[in-house]
Structure formats: structure tokens, C-alpha cells
Ligand binder design. Structure first.
Ligand code: S3P
Length: 432
């Protein structure tokens, strides 16, 4: 599908965004291994989270869904051996977390996905799971992954070689069924939804500070108890509208019920540093997560503070927002530079290459680094860009199109549904 976007004066209005994708995956998976029935409200409408539910059904779990309301009857220790390969589609979170869950239980299964997922690194989950005693066959550390099953895992202490919440969560989920305790050490803190949600399901999770990072431990044999929860709105989906409002002076957008987890909120810090007016109200807690309403208003173009580079620890806390932050940079006095973000090269697409290629197609001045890019303030010109099959690239360049001269055409834009099926409709509803 081609999506056409026209230059827009400003964006104004009140919206909500789909339930958080990371949290919805975890809610589905933890409900499946909990005793009793879990009700989940505001479950993400993304294709990725539907993929997780489909995999759970193929594992013998009873899932009832009515829009964003999902009811899951847990079967602790009662997963069925799937008869065919589990298709994890485009979803890195599905394949990496479910592999930990299944390795812990000792189920035989094959996990695969689409072309993008089959090209992404899985050695990062295979290595710790093998250290715990799992036997996993793969070709070259890529999916399909064949979990041989039948092994009882032993707890380990594992220091993450890359800052990855998916790897952390994979090891912790495996640890729930392992012998003894399992600890993950992360030198750079990553999103902590698994830790928060495990507690919500009654599991004791020990978190201690360790240098600049932390050590997270769970005990094998932990029992989960079903619970009811409402998923916060996805801050990574909200980010597209925050940036759209920031770069179009005269904009005023409010997004209600958005997750404000501090391990995901570095985008707010960047916007504030660039002088964007953000107001957060109605703060409360939902599903163990801080949430609130965010209003963003702009009267002048954003400005990069002197010597301001996004790098180091901060990167993990805005990793999914980088595509749209690149657009912020192109429309800001002083541009934007990001480093230490090599992980972007192994996301749904090589996001550094996708961003650089598309920005250049829109006449922006941009320098590519192995671990990031630098972009100068540019007069964006409408042109033909590609999603490269990556949902966040499709949505980020729709935002760029709002600020560009003329018409922007985004090729292969249908992949936006991977995280946000109604994105273009919502964006259109705000345009003035
Ligand atoms: C996610 C973790 C991040 C993020 C992804 C979702 C999660 O990936 O980019 O969109 O739900 O745990 P990594 O763990 O690979 O950094």
C-alpha cells in the first residue's frame, strides 16, 4: 500500500493510542502460565500482539478476545506441544520471550517468523538458554529456532552482553521454571515491564542496584496468580504525535492514558531539551505502571541545545523512538545527533540505513555513522520514501511528510499495522 501525506499547517486534537505493545505481549504470556483466569483491558491492537495470542492458542491456551478485551485461562505446566512451527510473524518480542517461556517448561517447539524476523540475531537468547541447559537448534543463530525440549533448566547468573529487555525477559521467564534462582545483570537499565508485571502476578522479583545498572532475580518454581489489568497507552506510538506537534508551530495535541514508565520516557527529556512544551497531568498507576495524559503545544520550531548528543544509557530508553526523533532533528534548529545506537541496525529493518536513505530522499542533510547519524536542520521536500517493511519507519516518515513541501509518498506503508493499525486515520484526524 502507498500512503500519500500532504504538507500540514499544524496538528490539533485529543486522541488515545493503542495499548502498549511490550506490556500486552507480557500480559498474554504471564496470563498463560498463571493459575486462574486473567482479564486484560486495552490489549494492544497491533499485529505483533495478535501474533503472541495466536502462538499461545497453538500451545493449547484458551484465549477469548473481543477487540481490546482479552480473557486468558492460564494453564501452569499444561502447555500442549504445538503440531506445527509457531509463526512469530514480524515480532522480535514474541519469538525471544516465548523461547524463554517454552525452554523453561521443556516443551518441544519450532519458532519462526517473516523474512525480517528470520534475519535478526537470536544468538543473544540461544546463548543464555543453552547455559541453563536448553538444547536449541538454529542455523547461524537465526530463526527458525528448534527447541528440542525435555530438559530441566538450571538457574544462572547472566550478564547481558547487549542492553536488551527482550533478552532479559527471555532469561527471567525461563528462570521461573528452572532449578534454583536465576539472575540477570544489566549494566544499562532497559524497560522493566517484565519485572513489574511478574510482581502483579504475585511473583517475588528481587531487584538490586549494581554499579550503574541492576541485578534482577527470580526463583525457580514461582507460581503466578491470575489478575485483571488495564494496559497503558503505548508511549512509542504516542511519540509520533508528540513529534508532529513539536515540529508544526501552532499545534496542540493531548494524548490520554499513556504509559510513563521511566525506562521508556527519555523521549520526553529530549523534547523538553529542545524547548518543546510538554504537560503531564492526571498521573496514576495502571497494571503496576505509571500513566497519565500528555499535552504538547508548540509556538516555535524546536532548538537543539549546544553540544547535545543523544548517547550512552539514554539510548536504551528511547530506542524505538529514534526514527521519529530523526524527523524532529531535521526540523530543529541545530539538528540532532545520536550515537551508541548500533542496535538500530538489527531492528525490524536496519533503522540507521532506513532513516538515512529516506531523509536523503527528502533532501535532508545527514551523515551516517556505524552507531548512529547526524542530521542538520533541512527544508524537507516531499518525495518517495520506503518503509523497508518497518512499521516505525512508515509512521516516522508520515510525520516527516507533514512538514515537507508538496506530497510525500510512503511505499509499503501497510506495515504500520504491526504496532498501530489505525495510525494514518488518527494522524489524518489531527491535521489542519
Ligand atoms: C522490547 C524491547 C526492545 C524494543 C522492542 C520491544 C520489549 O528490543 O526495541 O520494540 O518488548 O522487550 P530489545 O530488547 O531488542 O532492545
Amino acid at each position: 500500500m502507498k500512503q500519500r501525506v500532504q504538507r500540514t499547517e499544524r496538528v490539533r486534537g485529543n486522541i488515545t493510542v493503542p495499548g502498549d505493545k511490550s506490556i500486552s505481549h507480557r500480559a498474554g504470556m504471564l496470563a498463560a502460565i498463571a493459575e486462574g483466569t486473567t482479564q486484560i483491558r486495552n490489549f494492544s491492537s497491533s499485529e505483533d500482539c495478535a501474533t503472541t495470542l495466536k502462538c499461545l492458542v497453538e500451545l493449547g491456551i484458551e484465549v477469548k478476545r473481543d477487540g481490546d478485551y482479552v480473557v486468558i485461562a492460564g494453564r501452569p505446566g499444561g502447555f500442549a506441544t504445538p503440531t506445527a512451527a509457531l509463526d512469530c510473524g514480524n515480532s522480535g518480542t514474541t519469538i525471544r520471550l516465548i523461547s524463554g517461556l517454552l525452554a523453561g517448561i521443556g516443551i518441544e517447539a519450532t519458532l519462526t517468523g517473516d523474512e525480517s524476523l528470520r534475519s535478526r540475531p537470536m544468538g543473544r537468547v540461544i546463548t543464555p538458554l543453552e547455559k541453563m541447559g536448553a538444547v536449541i537448534e538454529s542455523s547461524d543463530g537465526k530463526a527458525p529456532l528448534h527447541l528440542v525440549g525435555g530438559q530441566r533448566l538450571a538457574g544462572i547468573e547472566y550478564e547481558l552482553p547487549v542492553a536488551s529487555a527482550q533478552v532479559k525477559s527471555c532469561v527471567l521467564l525461563a528462570g521461573l521454571s528452572a532449578e534454583g534462582s536465576t539472575s540477570v545483570i544489566e549494566t544499562t537499565p532497559t524497560r522493566d515491564h517484565t519485572e513489574r508485571m511478574l510482581r502483579g502476578f504475585g511473583v517475588e522479583v528481587d531487584v538490586s542496584a549494581l554499579g550503574p545498572g541492576r541485578k534482577i532475580s527470580v526463583r525457580g518454581g514461582s507460581r503466578l496468580k491470575a489478575t485483571d489489568l488495564t494496559v497503558p497507552g503505548d508511549v512509542s506510538s504516542a511519540a509520533f504525535f508528540l513529534v508532529a506537534a513539536a515540529i508544526l508551530p501552532g499545534s496542540d495535541v493531548t494524548i490520554t492514558d499513556v504509559g510513563l514508565n521511566p525506562t521508556r520516557s527519555a523521549i520526553f527529556d529530549v523534547l523538553k531539551a529542545y524547548g518543546v512544551e510538554l504537560q503531564i497531568t492526571n498521573q496514576r498507576v495502571s497494571a503496576g505502571e505509571p500513566i497519565g495524559d500528555i499535552r504538547v503545544r508548540s509556538s516555535q520550531p524546536p532548538v537543539r541545545p549546544a553540544d547535545y548528543t543523544i548517547r550512552g544509557e539514554m539510548v536504551a530508553n528511547l530506542i524505538d523512538e529514534v526514527p521519529v526523533l530523526a524527523v524532529l532533528g531535521a526540523c530543529s534548529e541545530g539538528g540532532l545527533e545520536i550515537r551508541d545506537a548500533g542496535e538500530l541496525r538489527v531492528k525490524e529493518s536496519d533503522r540507521i540505513a532506513s532513516i538515512v536513505t529516506n531523509l536523503r530522499a527528502m533532501s535532508a542533510e545527514v551523515e551516517e555513522f556505524e552507531d548512529g547519524f547526524r542530521i542538520e536542520k533541512s527544508e524537507l521536500k516531499g518525495g518517495r520514501v520506503d518503509s523497508f517493511g518497518d512499521h516505525r519507519i512508515a509512521m516516522a516518515f508520515a510525520v516527516a511528510g507533514l512538514a515537507a513541501e508538496g506530497e510525500t509518498v510512503i511505499e509499503n506503508a501497510e506495515c504500520a499495522a504491526v504496532s498501530f493499525p489505525t495510525f494514518f486515520k488518527v494522524l489524518g484526524s489531527l491535521a489542519e
